[in-house]
Ligand binder design. Sequence first.
Ligand code: ARG
Length: 262
Amino acid sequence: MAREYNMDRRAYLATIGAGTAAGLAGCTGLTGGGGGNTIRPGTAPGFQPFEFRDGGELVGFDIDLTEAIVAETDYELGEWQTFEFDSLIQALTTDKIDMIAAAMTITDDRDETIDFSDPYYSANQSVIVREDGDFAPSSLDDLSGHPIGAQSGTTGETVIQSELIEPGKLEESNYNSYDNYVLAVEDLQNGNIDAVVVDEPVGETFADQRPVSVAFVYETGEQYGFGLRTDDDDRTDAVNSGLQAVRDNGTYEELRNKWFSG
Ligand code: ARG
């Protein structure tokens, strides 16, 4: 496991809320330069069980899977760096990191700017609501007229924009964009918004841990990939071979069982 500074929850929320590329960047010599034989991974925590803080430590399926994959390659794993989700692509293209491991959906849009590894996980979107509330939507149309939220730059946000705002089913002012899904769900619990659109495995996890529940699933058939620079075929090939190796040797299955109970 990569070394991490301990942060308490408030410090963590302050960091993720402040829009900073969290201060882990550049804390060791390993993080300098984009060349060499290091893969410097970047992620956006607050997305349990894929990436989140547990007592200050960065943990999750993507963290373990990345470490297992890189261990199968000739590359060394650099220190983890954390960003807001919507800053990850820029962090990659400006050489601050070499690989995005953040439950990032492979989309045509993103594929114009970066490359993706082979897919490593499939997901749909879920709509979560307060558990004891009387709002029980069963389709996107039912969200009309309600304040709702998603994390900035995500495919959940894209669903809200393309399926609700653009067709005129939701006022733009009813959409609230958050730096992090944890903040969105806190606003849901507080009653400031009525629903959050989030990847289903993460929606299920919030429902396990907080007084919220999954109202319905909206099928998007998304696939997650690791993000790499378009000119970095060596690392892309290495990550794809490493992914195949951890599938073949049973590690992928083990990690899946570790992080996904259902
Ligand atoms: N899969 C969604 C997307 O690619 C959400 C990913 C959010 N990831 C995160 N680490 N916060 O847009």
